[in-house]
Design a protein around this ligand. Sequence first.
Ligand code: KIV
Length: 281
Amino acid sequence: MKHTVKTIQKMKDEKQPITMLTAYDFPTAKKVNDAGIDMILVGDSCAMVVHGHPNTLTATMDMMVLHCGSVARACDRTMVIADMPFGSFQYGVEETMRNAARFVTEAKVDGVKFEATHNHIAKTKAVVEMGIAVVGHVGLHPQAVGALGGLKVQGKDIDTARKVVSEALALQEAGVFAIIFEAVPAKLAAYVTRKLRVPTISIGGGPGCSGQLLVTPDVLGMYDNFTPSFAKKYTDVGGLMLSTFKQYKEEVLTGVFPAEQHCYKMSDDVLLAIEKEFGKA
Ligand code: KIV
């Protein structure tokens, strides 16, 4: 059965940790779904880890809708959340609503997430009131990399800690069903988790949150351009790919591949007839 806002809330209420990973394509999402991960975020990190850009600012609605559709088609159990890219929710309430609706109607995702600050509470509420499940996101907002001067931990001092707490409370009030805490001190994320009714999902927010999120290419060891200190590399798929591609090249160069079992057969009679018609080669 597919996860919904209700089953995710039940997990928090029953103190069962929620698992979430990012995915951007059908085959990866299928494995995440089959592994029993509760939620997928089709993050705008896609711009970096799939498209090779230096930050997330270049993700567009069209790019995100395409990736979200591939992921959603792979998931019969995992709840799929679309990340609204930079420029898709910053202008007006109506444009935000239209962009959120595109994810649901075109990509068929189960909900949307955006990096809403206090300035976006009315928009968050409007999307929730359309009937769309919304995830909030506090702490580090990678889309604000320019204003922040880098991807830095948020909430270590009183001003940024107050911003994290007050935004989380306002987002809950606006109707989000979960909130992602990115790069926030563990004590602060645990404090807000105790205060909130809705689940909190940590990506660099420590173990006191209701669940954990990681960027899948970090988990698989497939992206080394930028690795935040909170990421954990569980395996070296990147290394495996490299050695596999080298072996393939070697086998082509030495004639090991393709072998007989990789070739289609035909009768000699057909080849003889071809030679008769076109001449010998
Ligand atoms: O785009 C993304 O992957 C994200 C997470 C880092 C929260 O927004």
